[in-house]
Ligand binder design. Structure first.
Ligand SMILES: Cc1cc2nc3c(=O)[nH]c(=O)nc-3n(C[C@H](O)[C@H](O)[C@H](O)COP(=O)(O)OP(=O)(O)OC[C@H]3O[C@@H](n4cnc5c(N)ncnc54)[C@H](O)[C@@H]3O)c2cc1C
Length: 460
């Protein structure tokens, strides 16, 4: 390679795949054009902080452009709350600078360790999707380095088709260089949280439906190991921002101040015996009993990013990694969840994390995930039977008209992708026009047959 690239073994956050590629970590954008045009590089894909679980930011045998050093802030309009920055800026950096001034991105996922580029390319959603839509809704404009190395400004008014394909376009239309986003004014860094303990799945769904009407932010944790009359029991939480007057007196004058809690780090890969249905069952029972129904005030950090306090928490699944399986069922087909939970609970696979969220109708791009209904995310450890279990879950998901989130997916088959993302055809047409030589490709794009297998030989 002529450019300074390093051969590296990369994985997604689930560590299910480990794949070799040449990783390029530029400090300036000009160098990128030479990589795009370099004939020896079969293809390339952008990578942010690698928080997608599967292979969307992997490119086995090709180049991966790590954009994290391209993280400059460019412009801030304090009156309108409009921010322009490079795509490698992280959500954490935006929060650190703008939350003390009372501004927050409209859409925050379950971790702040993501980049702006990653948020756009997966058109991510938060706990407020039913009220405020996906991240893409708040992207005013972006600059894209196209597969020919040209820089295009895209918005709803300029190159609008490319804009629509790039939001949720899993990095396949080119490299997002900068983005301009609308932030939201919030009264404090605290939310009133209504916590409700539910004894089974019917109770949980009913409570979730009530909370979705009452609160702009909602989420539910489900105990996937509970069986019989307790099947699908869990905790539903609804939140709304607190006004400074509602805060304890020490915070009234500093409503954006949050106490920094020291992070803890998982130091090693946990041994395979650590996460069994028994150990997870003990944790689930404790967590369920501990979360009695109550109201409390929680800082943004605790409600939005509960897992961020445990750095490298993905290591608790051991060296073999895990799959995150996130699906959405349309609102008329939520009975599918019961079938899915029965299948999971009878397989006695230990899913530590099971999160249910309401999704509204809004999505921005051709490949954006949400459908109006409910979404469920499950962590499934990588055991010998995991691929078969996921195949069974896929079967149920298809039967109830659901779809799997590409940011989390590792194992979906191309026919399921094409059936459940019918707008992929428009995406593929645009991609063919923009990138006929398939310069931008990824392991996921080839696995799902969004682009054909490569004709040029891999570089590693
Ligand atoms: C604990 C945890 C909680 C999460 N919670 C949620 C949630 O609530 N909601 C949700 O929607 N997601 C959630 N996610 C997923 C996460 O928000 C997305 O996967 C996000 O895209 C990760 O951003 P990243 O910077 O790590 O991007 P990566 O994972 O590195 O890349 C993601 C995609 O973006 C593309 N990309 C990155 N940068 C660029 C660029 N500059 N130009 C073009 N393409 C680019 C990559 O090619 C890839 O296709 C969660 C993940 C974790 C680990």
């Amino acid at each position: 390679m002529v450019f300074p690239a390093e051969k590296k073994l990369l994985s997604g956050w689930g560590r299910y795949y480990r794949q070799w590629s040449y990783v390029f970590r530029p400090e300036g954008w000009n160098a990128l054009q030479s990589v795009i045009k370099d004939e020896r590089v079969p293809d390339l894909i952008a990578r942010g902080l690698g928080r997608s679980y599967g292979d969307t930011a992997l490119n086995e045998g090709g180049a991966v452009v790590d954009i994290c050093r391209l993280n400059r802030f460019i412009n801030w309009d304090e009156e309108k709350g409009i921010l322009t920055c490079e795509a490698g800026v992280t959500l954490k950096e935006i929060l650190d600078i703008f939350l003390p001034r009372g501004w927050l991105p409209y859409v925050c996922p379950g971790t702040k360790f993501i980049t702006l580029g990653g948020a756009i390319a997966n058109d991510i959603h938060g706990k407020n999707h039913h009220c405020e839509g996906t991240f893409g809704k708040y992207v005013v404009a972006l600059e894209l380095i196209t597969p020919t190395g040209e820089i295009l400004t895209c918005s709803r008014y300029e190159n609008s088709e490319i804009f629509k394909a790039t939001i949720g376009g899993i990095g396949l239309t080119g490299l997002i260089r900068t983005a301009t986003i609308q932030l939201k004014k919030v009264p404090s860094a605290y939310l009133h949280i209504d916590i409700y303990q539910c004894k089974n799945f019917d109770d949980l769904l009913q409570t979730a439906q009530e909370f979705d009407k009452k609160y702009p932010y909602t989420v539910a944790w489900v105990d996937c190991l509970a069986q019989k009359e307790n099947m699908g029991r869990g905790i539903v939480m609804g939140g709304t921002f607190a006004n400074p007057n509602d805060l304890p007196s020490r915070l009234k004058k500093h409503p954006y101040l949050q106490k920094h809690k020291q992070e803890i780090k998982v130091p090693i890969d946990a041994p395979s015996w650590a996460l069994t249905p028994r150990t997870v069952g003990i944790f689930n029972s404790w967590y369920y009993d501990w979360n009695k129904s109550r109201y409390e005030l929680q800082p943004i950090e605790k409600f939005f990013f509960p897992l961020d306090r445990i750095l490298e928490w993905n290591r608790i699944y051991g060296k073999r990694g895990f799959i995150q399986y996130q699906i959405v069922f349309p609102k008329d087909e939520i009975k599918g969840f019961k079938v899915l939970l029965e299948s999971l609970s009878s397989s006695q696979v230990a899913s530590f994390l099971a999160v249910l969220k309401r999704t509204g109708p809004y999505r921005e791009g051709y490949l954006s995930f949400p459908l109006e209904g409910y979404s469920l995310a499950l962590d499934i450890p990588n055991y010998p039977g995991t691929a078969k279990l996921v195949e069974d879950l896929d079967f149920i998901t298809r039967r109830y008209g659901g779809r799997v989130y590409l940011a989390k997916d590792s194992l979906m088959k191309p026919d399921m992708f094409k059936e459940s993302y019918p707008e992929w055809k428009y995406f593929a047409e645009l991609k063919e026009k923009l990138d006929p030589d398939h310069r931008f490709s990824s392991s996921m794009a080839r696995r799902l047959e969004i682009v054909p297998q490569r004709r040029r030989s891999p570089i590693c």
